[in-house]
Design a protein around this ligand. Structure first.
Ligand SMILES: CC(C)(COP(=O)(O)OP(=O)(O)OC[C@H]1O[C@@H](n2cnc3c(N)ncnc32)[C@H](O)[C@@H]1OP(=O)(O)O)[C@@H](O)C(=O)NCCC(=O)NCCS
Length: 200
């Protein structure tokens, strides 16, 4: 990797957890890995962004250019801490600083990294970042009812189910519910930023 988000010492890491670390998402990786992940039906079956269509390099570049420059989005690469390879991306979107709300998104595209606790820790670090760094109050997400891995990971990270939109998502000729989950700053305990942020 050789671009603005890496140095001779390795990638830039903004938030470091036990299993994962989060840092600026390099454009080169975002585009090349994004196109790989978003054309893998096993990955996209739980995502709403591609709706089963092939995903082009141009579409990924456009998405990156828009989101990485937007004031209402925060975008991070997810690094596997042990290897420092990029395994996915995560973000806060539709950030509204007046109402102090945002929507959480995550994509772990490297399938060998599923089910190892990386998604749970990433979701928790992103809630922590949203509440304790950005000062937000409510973070929401939407997940399809058949994404049991995601629902479990989000619940363990601190999200609660707040409702469901029935039969609003179709896959393979069947209709599934969309589940909405959120977390409030007042419900979130502990912070990876405790040693950095001012106290009192
Ligand atoms: C959804 C996603 C973020 C979850 O991250 P992850 O690292 O795989 O999840 P974790 O390992 O942290 O947690 C998974 C939980 O589901 C459980 N689980 C694992 N495999 C499962 C399966 N096949 N069915 C049901 N539960 C499963 C695990 O036991 C764990 O729960 P536990 O901690 O209570 O034991 C990740 O798999 C992903 O990015 N998938 C593809 C894209 C996607 O779905 N994005 C999110 C759209 S809302």
């Amino acid at each position: 990797m050789n671009d603005a988000a890496s140095t001779v010492d390795g990638p830039i890491l903004t938030v470091v957890g036990q299993k994962v670390a989060l840092g600026p998402l390099p454009k080169e990786s975002a585009v090349s890995l994004g196109v790989k992940w978003l054309n893998d039906l096993e990955v996209t079956r739980t995502l709403s962004i591609t709706a089963g269509r092939p995903f082009t390099l141009e579409a990924e570049q456009d998405w990156y250019d828009r989101v990485s420059r937007s004031d209402s989005d925060v975008l991070f690469a997810i690094y596997e801490r042990a290897t420092l390879r990029i395994i996915g991306s995560t973000g806060l979107h539709r950030i509204d600083h007046f109402n102090r709300t945002a929507e959480f998104g995550i994509l772990i595209g490297e399938k060998d990294c599923w089910g190892k606790g990386f998604g749970t820790e990433t979701a928790r670090l992103m809630l922590d970042y949203a509440f304790n760094v950005l000062g937000l109050h409510n973070v929401m997400l939407k997940v399809f009812s058949y994404n049991e891995r995601g629902i479990r990971a989000y619940a363990r990270a601190g999200f609660k189910v707040i409702g469901r939109r029935r039969e609003a998502h179709r896959l393979g000729g069947r209709a599934f519910d969309e589940i909405f989950m959120d977390c409030l700053a007042t419900e979130f305990e502990g912070s990876a930023f405790a040693g950095i942020l001012p106290t009192g």
